[in-house]
Design a protein around this ligand. Structure first.
Ligand code: GH3
Ligand code: MG
Ligand code: MG
Length: 462
Protein backbone atom coordinates (compact mmCIF):
# COMPACT_ATOMS: atom_id res chain seq x y z
CA UNK A 1 0.00 0.00 0.00
CA UNK A 2 1.26 3.47 -0.81
CA UNK A 3 2.00 6.05 1.84
CA UNK A 4 -1.07 7.95 0.68
CA UNK A 5 -3.21 4.84 1.13
CA UNK A 6 -1.85 4.20 4.61
CA UNK A 7 -2.38 7.81 5.64
CA UNK A 8 -5.89 7.75 4.17
CA UNK A 9 -6.76 4.72 6.30
CA UNK A 10 -5.21 6.35 9.36
CA UNK A 11 -7.00 9.67 8.86
CA UNK A 12 -10.29 7.91 8.13
CA UNK A 13 -9.95 5.83 11.29
CA UNK A 14 -9.17 8.90 13.37
CA UNK A 15 -12.12 10.80 11.92
CA UNK A 16 -14.54 7.91 12.00
CA UNK A 17 -15.46 7.82 15.71
CA UNK A 18 -16.27 11.54 16.17
CA UNK A 19 -18.00 11.68 12.80
CA UNK A 20 -20.21 8.69 13.51
CA UNK A 21 -21.02 9.95 17.01
CA UNK A 22 -21.82 13.39 15.64
CA UNK A 23 -24.00 11.92 12.91
CA UNK A 24 -25.85 9.70 15.37
CA UNK A 25 -26.45 12.68 17.65
CA UNK A 26 -27.70 14.75 14.73
CA UNK A 27 -29.94 11.90 13.58
CA UNK A 28 -31.41 11.75 17.09
CA UNK A 29 -31.99 15.48 17.45
CA UNK A 30 -33.32 16.30 14.05
CA UNK A 31 -36.21 15.18 11.93
CA UNK A 32 -39.98 15.55 12.15
CA UNK A 33 -40.28 12.86 14.80
CA UNK A 34 -38.44 14.90 17.38
CA UNK A 35 -35.94 13.46 19.76
CA UNK A 36 -35.30 9.77 19.86
CA UNK A 37 -37.39 8.10 22.53
CA UNK A 38 -35.39 7.10 25.54
CA UNK A 39 -36.31 4.04 27.56
CA UNK A 40 -39.17 4.74 29.92
CA UNK A 41 -40.31 7.84 28.06
CA UNK A 42 -42.59 6.24 25.55
CA UNK A 43 -46.22 7.07 26.04
CA UNK A 44 -48.77 4.37 26.62
CA UNK A 45 -52.52 4.31 26.87
CA UNK A 46 -52.52 3.72 30.61
CA UNK A 47 -50.45 6.80 31.26
CA UNK A 48 -52.64 8.86 28.93
CA UNK A 49 -55.81 7.70 30.66
CA UNK A 50 -54.34 8.34 34.08
CA UNK A 51 -53.37 11.84 33.02
CA UNK A 52 -56.90 12.54 31.76
CA UNK A 53 -58.40 11.11 34.93
CA UNK A 54 -56.14 13.29 37.01
CA UNK A 55 -57.27 16.42 35.18
CA UNK A 56 -60.94 15.41 35.54
CA UNK A 57 -60.43 14.62 39.21
CA UNK A 58 -58.79 17.98 39.81
CA UNK A 59 -61.61 19.71 38.02
CA UNK A 60 -64.18 17.74 40.02
CA UNK A 61 -62.40 18.72 43.21
CA UNK A 62 -62.49 22.34 42.25
CA UNK A 63 -66.11 22.14 41.08
CA UNK A 64 -67.10 20.41 44.34
CA UNK A 65 -65.71 23.29 46.37
CA UNK A 66 -67.50 25.79 44.16
CA UNK A 67 -70.76 23.83 44.40
CA UNK A 68 -70.46 23.66 48.22
CA UNK A 69 -70.02 27.42 48.42
CA UNK A 70 -72.91 27.91 46.07
CA UNK A 71 -75.12 25.59 48.15
CA UNK A 72 -74.33 27.52 51.32
CA UNK A 73 -75.18 30.81 49.66
CA UNK A 74 -78.43 29.36 48.23
CA UNK A 75 -79.39 27.96 51.63
CA UNK A 76 -78.86 31.35 53.22
CA UNK A 77 -80.99 32.93 50.52
CA UNK A 78 -83.63 30.26 50.92
CA UNK A 79 -83.17 29.00 47.39
CA UNK A 80 -83.58 25.35 46.51
CA UNK A 81 -81.65 25.46 43.17
CA UNK A 82 -78.45 27.10 42.04
CA UNK A 83 -76.02 26.65 39.16
CA UNK A 84 -72.70 28.22 38.13
CA UNK A 85 -72.29 29.42 35.49
CA UNK A 86 -75.86 30.63 35.49
CA UNK A 87 -77.90 29.30 32.64
CA UNK A 88 -75.72 26.28 32.02
CA UNK A 89 -77.83 23.61 30.48
CA UNK A 90 -77.35 19.90 30.84
CA UNK A 91 -76.98 17.13 30.55
CA UNK A 92 -73.94 17.15 32.77
CA UNK A 93 -71.64 14.40 33.82
CA UNK A 94 -71.73 14.77 37.55
CA UNK A 95 -68.67 14.03 39.55
CA UNK A 96 -68.87 11.47 42.36
CA UNK A 97 -72.61 10.88 42.24
CA UNK A 98 -74.04 7.76 43.70
CA UNK A 99 -75.29 6.01 40.61
CA UNK A 100 -78.24 4.51 42.39
CA UNK A 101 -79.68 7.86 43.41
CA UNK A 102 -79.98 9.57 40.06
CA UNK A 103 -79.25 7.01 37.35
CA UNK A 104 -82.09 6.82 34.96
CA UNK A 105 -82.93 10.54 35.07
CA UNK A 106 -80.91 11.14 31.97
CA UNK A 107 -81.37 9.03 28.88
CA UNK A 108 -78.49 6.67 28.29
CA UNK A 109 -76.33 7.59 25.36
CA UNK A 110 -76.84 11.28 26.00
CA UNK A 111 -73.76 13.31 25.33
CA UNK A 112 -72.95 15.59 28.24
CA UNK A 113 -72.35 19.29 27.70
CA UNK A 114 -70.49 19.81 30.93
CA UNK A 115 -68.75 18.33 33.89
CA UNK A 116 -70.51 19.21 37.09
CA UNK A 117 -70.19 18.89 40.86
CA UNK A 118 -73.27 18.85 43.02
CA UNK A 119 -73.81 20.05 46.58
CA UNK A 120 -76.93 19.69 48.66
CA UNK A 121 -78.77 22.82 49.82
CA UNK A 122 -79.84 22.29 53.39
CA UNK A 123 -81.91 24.25 55.82
CA UNK A 124 -80.53 25.15 59.20
CA UNK A 125 -82.23 22.06 60.48
CA UNK A 126 -80.29 19.94 58.08
CA UNK A 127 -83.11 19.14 55.76
CA UNK A 128 -82.13 18.84 52.06
CA UNK A 129 -84.17 21.33 50.05
CA UNK A 130 -82.39 21.23 46.70
CA UNK A 131 -79.04 21.07 44.84
CA UNK A 132 -76.39 23.52 43.77
CA UNK A 133 -74.31 22.70 40.69
CA UNK A 134 -70.95 24.03 39.59
CA UNK A 135 -70.45 23.26 35.92
CA UNK A 136 -67.36 23.10 33.76
CA UNK A 137 -68.48 23.19 30.10
CA UNK A 138 -66.93 20.50 27.95
CA UNK A 139 -65.43 23.15 25.74
CA UNK A 140 -62.28 23.47 23.65
CA UNK A 141 -60.19 24.83 26.49
CA UNK A 142 -60.90 21.76 28.60
CA UNK A 143 -60.03 19.39 25.76
CA UNK A 144 -56.90 21.35 25.07
CA UNK A 145 -55.91 20.84 28.70
CA UNK A 146 -56.77 17.13 28.54
CA UNK A 147 -54.85 16.70 25.28
CA UNK A 148 -51.82 18.41 26.74
CA UNK A 149 -51.93 16.20 29.83
CA UNK A 150 -52.37 12.99 27.82
CA UNK A 151 -49.85 14.03 25.18
CA UNK A 152 -52.29 13.08 22.45
CA UNK A 153 -55.52 14.42 21.05
CA UNK A 154 -58.49 13.90 23.39
CA UNK A 155 -62.04 14.44 22.07
CA UNK A 156 -65.60 13.74 23.13
CA UNK A 157 -67.36 10.71 21.75
CA UNK A 158 -70.70 11.47 20.16
CA UNK A 159 -74.21 10.50 21.19
CA UNK A 160 -74.96 6.83 21.72
CA UNK A 161 -71.32 6.06 22.29
CA UNK A 162 -70.65 6.28 18.61
CA UNK A 163 -67.31 7.74 17.78
CA UNK A 164 -68.19 10.43 15.21
CA UNK A 165 -64.69 10.31 13.81
CA UNK A 166 -64.80 6.56 13.43
CA UNK A 167 -61.49 4.82 13.27
CA UNK A 168 -59.81 2.51 15.68
CA UNK A 169 -59.17 4.98 18.42
CA UNK A 170 -60.19 3.52 21.78
CA UNK A 171 -62.72 5.42 23.86
CA UNK A 172 -62.76 5.59 27.60
CA UNK A 173 -65.61 6.20 29.96
CA UNK A 174 -63.67 8.28 32.35
CA UNK A 175 -66.25 8.90 35.01
CA UNK A 176 -67.40 5.34 34.74
CA UNK A 177 -70.46 4.01 36.50
CA UNK A 178 -70.26 6.79 39.12
CA UNK A 179 -71.43 9.39 36.64
CA UNK A 180 -75.07 9.73 35.81
CA UNK A 181 -74.00 10.79 32.32
CA UNK A 182 -70.69 9.19 31.52
CA UNK A 183 -68.07 11.12 29.62
CA UNK A 184 -66.89 8.93 26.80
CA UNK A 185 -63.63 10.23 25.52
CA UNK A 186 -61.70 9.30 22.48
CA UNK A 187 -57.96 9.23 22.83
CA UNK A 188 -56.13 9.27 19.56
CA UNK A 189 -53.48 6.62 19.28
CA UNK A 190 -50.10 7.66 20.59
CA UNK A 191 -47.94 9.24 17.94
CA UNK A 192 -45.98 6.47 16.31
CA UNK A 193 -42.54 6.12 17.75
CA UNK A 194 -40.19 6.72 14.89
CA UNK A 195 -37.91 3.76 14.27
CA UNK A 196 -34.56 5.40 14.64
CA UNK A 197 -32.56 2.64 12.95
CA UNK A 198 -32.88 3.66 9.27
CA UNK A 199 -32.05 7.29 9.98
CA UNK A 200 -29.19 6.20 12.22
CA UNK A 201 -27.85 3.86 9.55
CA UNK A 202 -28.05 6.59 6.92
CA UNK A 203 -26.31 9.04 9.26
CA UNK A 204 -23.58 6.52 10.02
CA UNK A 205 -23.19 5.73 6.31
CA UNK A 206 -22.85 9.41 5.49
CA UNK A 207 -20.38 9.82 8.36
CA UNK A 208 -18.28 6.86 7.16
CA UNK A 209 -18.30 8.20 3.60
CA UNK A 210 -17.45 11.71 4.77
CA UNK A 211 -14.61 10.39 6.98
CA UNK A 212 -13.25 8.31 4.10
CA UNK A 213 -13.39 11.26 1.68
CA UNK A 214 -11.87 13.60 4.22
CA UNK A 215 -9.26 10.96 5.08
CA UNK A 216 -8.29 10.54 1.43
CA UNK A 217 -8.23 14.28 0.90
CA UNK A 218 -5.99 14.81 3.94
CA UNK A 219 -3.74 11.94 2.87
CA UNK A 220 -3.54 13.41 -0.63
CA UNK A 221 -2.73 16.82 0.81
CA UNK A 222 -0.05 15.40 3.12
CA UNK A 223 1.64 13.33 0.43
CA UNK A 224 1.37 15.76 -2.52
CA UNK A 225 4.83 17.30 -2.04
CA UNK A 226 6.29 13.83 -1.51
CA UNK A 227 4.73 12.61 -4.76
CA UNK A 228 6.11 15.60 -6.58
CA UNK A 229 9.56 14.80 -5.19
CA UNK A 230 9.17 11.18 -6.24
CA UNK A 231 7.98 12.06 -9.75
CA UNK A 232 10.92 14.44 -10.20
CA UNK A 233 13.40 11.85 -8.92
CA UNK A 234 11.93 9.21 -11.26
CA UNK A 235 12.05 11.56 -14.26
CA UNK A 236 15.65 12.52 -13.48
CA UNK A 237 16.72 8.90 -12.99
CA UNK A 238 15.12 7.96 -16.31
CA UNK A 239 17.23 10.62 -18.01
CA UNK A 240 15.06 13.74 -18.01
CA UNK A 241 17.35 16.19 -16.28
CA UNK A 242 15.06 19.14 -17.00
CA UNK A 243 12.76 17.86 -14.23
CA UNK A 244 12.50 20.12 -11.17
CA UNK A 245 10.50 19.61 -8.00
CA UNK A 246 9.50 23.27 -7.63
CA UNK A 247 8.58 22.43 -4.06
CA UNK A 248 9.22 25.43 -1.84
CA UNK A 249 8.73 26.24 1.80
CA UNK A 250 10.96 25.99 4.82
CA UNK A 251 9.76 22.62 5.98
CA UNK A 252 11.50 19.30 5.40
CA UNK A 253 9.87 18.64 2.03
CA UNK A 254 10.76 22.14 0.85
CA UNK A 255 14.38 21.62 1.84
CA UNK A 256 14.42 18.14 0.32
CA UNK A 257 12.96 19.55 -2.93
CA UNK A 258 15.65 22.24 -3.15
CA UNK A 259 18.43 19.72 -2.48
CA UNK A 260 16.98 17.39 -5.13
CA UNK A 261 16.82 20.25 -7.66
CA UNK A 262 20.44 21.14 -6.87
CA UNK A 263 21.46 17.51 -7.35
CA UNK A 264 19.68 17.34 -10.71
CA UNK A 265 21.37 20.58 -11.83
CA UNK A 266 24.74 19.13 -10.79
CA UNK A 267 23.89 15.92 -12.63
CA UNK A 268 22.99 17.96 -15.68
CA UNK A 269 26.35 19.71 -15.52
CA UNK A 270 28.16 16.41 -15.13
CA UNK A 271 26.20 14.94 -18.00
CA UNK A 272 26.99 17.98 -20.14
CA UNK A 273 30.68 17.60 -19.27
CA UNK A 274 30.55 13.90 -20.09
CA UNK A 275 29.47 14.64 -23.66
CA UNK A 276 31.57 17.76 -24.21
CA UNK A 277 35.12 18.05 -25.43
CA UNK A 278 36.84 20.07 -22.73
CA UNK A 279 39.27 21.79 -25.11
CA UNK A 280 36.93 23.08 -27.81
CA UNK A 281 33.53 22.88 -26.16
CA UNK A 282 32.23 20.82 -29.07
CA UNK A 283 30.49 17.48 -28.55
CA UNK A 284 32.79 14.52 -27.96
CA UNK A 285 32.69 11.09 -29.60
CA UNK A 286 29.99 9.79 -27.26
CA UNK A 287 27.78 12.76 -28.03
CA UNK A 288 28.46 12.30 -31.74
CA UNK A 289 27.37 8.65 -31.73
CA UNK A 290 24.17 9.38 -29.78
CA UNK A 291 23.29 12.47 -31.83
CA UNK A 292 23.99 10.71 -35.13
CA UNK A 293 21.68 7.89 -34.12
CA UNK A 294 18.88 10.34 -33.29
CA UNK A 295 19.43 12.40 -36.45
CA UNK A 296 19.37 9.29 -38.66
CA UNK A 297 16.13 8.25 -37.02
CA UNK A 298 14.64 11.68 -37.65
CA UNK A 299 15.90 11.80 -41.25
CA UNK A 300 14.51 8.33 -41.84
CA UNK A 301 11.12 9.20 -40.39
CA UNK A 302 10.73 12.41 -42.38
CA UNK A 303 12.47 11.03 -45.49
CA UNK A 304 15.15 13.70 -45.37
CA UNK A 305 18.84 13.49 -46.13
CA UNK A 306 21.57 13.92 -43.54
CA UNK A 307 25.17 14.74 -44.45
CA UNK A 308 28.17 13.70 -42.36
CA UNK A 309 31.44 15.59 -42.83
CA UNK A 310 34.62 14.03 -41.40
CA UNK A 311 37.35 16.66 -40.98
CA UNK A 312 41.04 16.12 -40.23
CA UNK A 313 43.62 18.88 -39.96
CA UNK A 314 46.48 18.34 -42.38
CA UNK A 315 49.93 17.65 -41.00
CA UNK A 316 48.85 18.65 -37.58
CA UNK A 317 51.68 16.69 -36.04
CA UNK A 318 54.05 19.18 -37.60
CA UNK A 319 52.34 22.06 -35.80
CA UNK A 320 52.78 20.25 -32.52
CA UNK A 321 56.31 19.35 -33.32
CA UNK A 322 57.25 22.84 -34.43
CA UNK A 323 55.38 25.04 -31.99
CA UNK A 324 54.58 22.72 -29.15
CA UNK A 325 51.47 20.97 -27.90
CA UNK A 326 50.08 24.16 -26.37
CA UNK A 327 50.20 25.91 -29.72
CA UNK A 328 48.51 22.85 -31.25
CA UNK A 329 45.72 23.17 -28.70
CA UNK A 330 45.27 26.85 -29.53
CA UNK A 331 44.97 25.91 -33.20
CA UNK A 332 42.36 23.26 -32.36
CA UNK A 333 40.31 25.79 -30.37
CA UNK A 334 40.55 28.36 -33.17
CA UNK A 335 39.59 25.71 -35.73
CA UNK A 336 36.50 24.79 -33.70
CA UNK A 337 35.45 28.40 -33.53
CA UNK A 338 35.89 28.86 -37.30
CA UNK A 339 33.78 25.75 -37.85
CA UNK A 340 31.04 27.17 -35.65
CA UNK A 341 31.03 30.38 -37.63
CA UNK A 342 30.67 28.57 -40.93
CA UNK A 343 27.88 26.10 -40.15
CA UNK A 344 24.18 26.83 -39.57
CA UNK A 345 22.60 26.76 -36.15
CA UNK A 346 20.93 23.45 -36.87
CA UNK A 347 24.22 21.87 -37.89
CA UNK A 348 26.15 20.03 -35.21
CA UNK A 349 29.92 19.96 -34.74
CA UNK A 350 31.88 17.39 -32.74
CA UNK A 351 35.50 16.66 -31.92
CA UNK A 352 35.58 12.89 -31.54
CA UNK A 353 39.32 12.98 -30.88
CA UNK A 354 42.76 14.40 -31.75
CA UNK A 355 42.64 16.79 -34.69
CA UNK A 356 39.60 15.09 -36.13
CA UNK A 357 36.19 16.69 -36.26
CA UNK A 358 32.76 15.61 -37.49
CA UNK A 359 29.94 17.87 -38.63
CA UNK A 360 26.34 16.70 -39.08
CA UNK A 361 24.26 18.65 -41.57
CA UNK A 362 20.56 17.74 -41.16
CA UNK A 363 18.39 17.95 -44.29
CA UNK A 364 21.43 18.46 -46.50
CA UNK A 365 22.20 16.55 -49.67
CA UNK A 366 25.49 16.02 -51.48
CA UNK A 367 25.41 19.34 -53.24
CA UNK A 368 24.67 21.22 -50.02
CA UNK A 369 27.40 19.42 -48.13
CA UNK A 370 29.94 20.25 -50.87
CA UNK A 371 29.06 23.93 -50.43
CA UNK A 372 29.69 23.63 -46.70
CA UNK A 373 32.94 21.72 -47.27
CA UNK A 374 34.14 24.46 -49.56
CA UNK A 375 33.22 27.15 -47.06
CA UNK A 376 35.03 25.25 -44.30
CA UNK A 377 38.16 24.89 -46.43
CA UNK A 378 38.04 28.58 -47.21
CA UNK A 379 37.47 29.54 -43.60
CA UNK A 380 40.57 27.59 -42.55
CA UNK A 381 42.64 28.70 -45.45
CA UNK A 382 41.79 32.37 -45.63
CA UNK A 383 43.83 33.45 -42.58
CA UNK A 384 46.71 31.93 -40.61
CA UNK A 385 45.90 30.49 -37.18
CA UNK A 386 47.13 32.36 -34.13
CA UNK A 387 49.48 30.37 -31.92
CA UNK A 388 48.51 32.35 -28.83
CA UNK A 389 52.03 33.34 -27.72
CA UNK A 390 53.29 29.79 -27.88
CA UNK A 391 55.72 30.67 -30.65
CA UNK A 392 57.63 33.65 -31.91
CA UNK A 393 56.02 33.07 -35.26
CA UNK A 394 52.63 34.03 -33.71
CA UNK A 395 50.58 32.32 -36.48
CA UNK A 396 50.68 29.46 -38.93
CA UNK A 397 48.80 28.35 -41.99
CA UNK A 398 46.45 25.39 -41.47
CA UNK A 399 44.51 23.32 -43.96
CA UNK A 400 41.86 20.68 -43.54
CA UNK A 401 40.77 17.61 -45.48
CA UNK A 402 37.10 16.68 -45.54
CA UNK A 403 35.23 13.43 -46.32
CA UNK A 404 31.51 13.56 -47.10
CA UNK A 405 28.88 10.83 -46.79
CA UNK A 406 25.13 11.38 -47.06
CA UNK A 407 22.23 9.43 -45.57
CA UNK A 408 20.50 7.53 -47.11
CA UNK A 409 22.51 7.57 -50.37
CA UNK A 410 25.79 6.26 -49.02
CA UNK A 411 24.81 4.44 -45.84
CA UNK A 412 21.82 3.93 -43.55
CA UNK A 413 23.35 3.32 -40.12
CA UNK A 414 25.48 5.55 -37.91
CA UNK A 415 28.53 3.29 -38.05
CA UNK A 416 28.29 2.84 -41.82
CA UNK A 417 27.79 6.54 -42.37
CA UNK A 418 30.83 7.47 -40.24
CA UNK A 419 32.84 4.81 -41.97
CA UNK A 420 31.83 6.13 -45.40
CA UNK A 421 32.77 9.69 -44.41
CA UNK A 422 36.14 8.39 -43.11
CA UNK A 423 36.78 6.59 -46.38
CA UNK A 424 36.02 9.76 -48.29
CA UNK A 425 38.38 11.61 -45.91
CA UNK A 426 41.19 9.15 -46.69
CA UNK A 427 40.50 9.73 -50.35
CA UNK A 428 40.81 13.51 -49.82
CA UNK A 429 44.09 12.96 -47.91
CA UNK A 430 45.32 10.68 -50.64
CA UNK A 431 44.45 13.33 -53.23
CA UNK A 432 46.90 15.70 -51.59
CA UNK A 433 44.99 17.15 -48.59
CA UNK A 434 43.38 20.63 -48.30
CA UNK A 435 40.42 19.31 -50.22
CA UNK A 436 37.19 17.30 -49.85
CA UNK A 437 35.86 14.07 -51.29
CA UNK A 438 32.40 12.59 -51.49
CA UNK A 439 32.13 8.93 -50.67
CA UNK A 440 32.28 6.88 -53.85
CA UNK A 441 33.33 9.79 -56.03
CA UNK A 442 36.77 11.01 -57.04
CA UNK A 443 38.06 13.69 -54.70
CA UNK A 444 37.99 17.30 -55.70
CA UNK A 445 41.47 18.65 -56.25
CA UNK A 446 42.57 21.66 -54.32
CA UNK A 447 42.65 23.77 -57.48
CA UNK A 448 38.99 22.88 -58.23
CA UNK A 449 37.94 23.15 -54.62
CA UNK A 450 38.55 26.86 -54.65
CA UNK A 451 37.02 27.35 -58.08
CA UNK A 452 33.41 26.95 -59.17
CA UNK A 453 31.28 24.29 -57.49
CA UNK A 454 31.51 21.00 -59.29
CA UNK A 455 28.56 18.89 -58.39
CA UNK A 456 28.80 16.67 -61.44
CA UNK A 457 31.97 14.99 -60.21
CA UNK A 458 30.64 13.92 -56.85
CA UNK A 459 27.31 12.30 -57.45
CA UNK A 460 28.51 8.90 -58.62
CA UNK A 461 27.72 6.41 -55.88
CA UNK A 462 29.83 3.32 -55.33
P1 GH3 B 1 47.54 13.98 -41.60
O1 GH3 B 1 47.56 15.12 -42.51
O2 GH3 B 1 47.79 12.70 -42.25
O3 GH3 B 1 46.31 13.96 -40.82
O4 GH3 B 1 48.75 14.20 -40.63
P2 GH3 B 1 48.66 14.53 -39.16
O5 GH3 B 1 49.94 14.89 -38.64
O6 GH3 B 1 47.57 15.51 -38.88
O7 GH3 B 1 48.14 13.20 -38.55
P3 GH3 B 1 48.70 12.28 -37.46
O8 GH3 B 1 47.68 11.26 -37.12
O9 GH3 B 1 50.04 11.76 -37.85
O10 GH3 B 1 48.94 13.19 -36.22
C1 GH3 B 1 47.86 13.71 -35.48
C2 GH3 B 1 48.46 14.53 -34.40
O11 GH3 B 1 47.50 15.22 -33.69
C3 GH3 B 1 49.22 13.69 -33.43
C4 GH3 B 1 48.88 14.22 -32.11
O12 GH3 B 1 49.99 14.64 -31.37
C5 GH3 B 1 48.05 15.43 -32.43
N1 GH3 B 1 47.05 15.58 -31.47
C6 GH3 B 1 46.01 14.73 -31.21
N2 GH3 B 1 45.25 15.23 -30.22
C7 GH3 B 1 45.79 16.45 -29.87
C8 GH3 B 1 45.44 17.43 -28.91
O13 GH3 B 1 44.47 17.34 -28.16
N3 GH3 B 1 46.24 18.52 -28.85
C9 GH3 B 1 47.32 18.69 -29.63
N4 GH3 B 1 48.00 19.78 -29.52
N5 GH3 B 1 47.63 17.76 -30.51
C10 GH3 B 1 46.91 16.66 -30.62
MG1 MG C 1 44.20 12.47 -37.68
MG1 MG D 1 45.69 15.20 -39.37
Amino acid sequence: MTLRGRLAVAFTTILLAPMVLGAAALAGLSGPGGPLPFPGRSDDDGRAQAAVRAVIAARCHHLAATAAGLAATAAAAGQSWAVVPAGATGPWAVCGVDPGSVRGTVPSGTVPTGLAARAEIRTAAGEVTGYAYAVQPLDESLFAELSAAANRRVSLVGAGGVDPEGGDAPTYDLLGPDAEVPIALRLDPAPPVRDPLPLLLVAIGVAVLASALLGFWLADLATRPLRRLLTTAERASSGDLTARTEVDGRDETGRLGRRLDELIVALQEVQQLSITDALTGLGNRRHLIETLRVEIERANRFRRSLAVLALDLDHFKMINDRYGHGAGDVVLVEFASRVRRVIREVDLAFRPGGEEFVILLPETDISGSITVARRLGDAVRHAPFSLGGHSVEKATDVTVSIGIAVFPIHARTAAELLNAADQALYAAKAAGRDTFAVFGAPPTLRSTATSTPATGDVTVPL
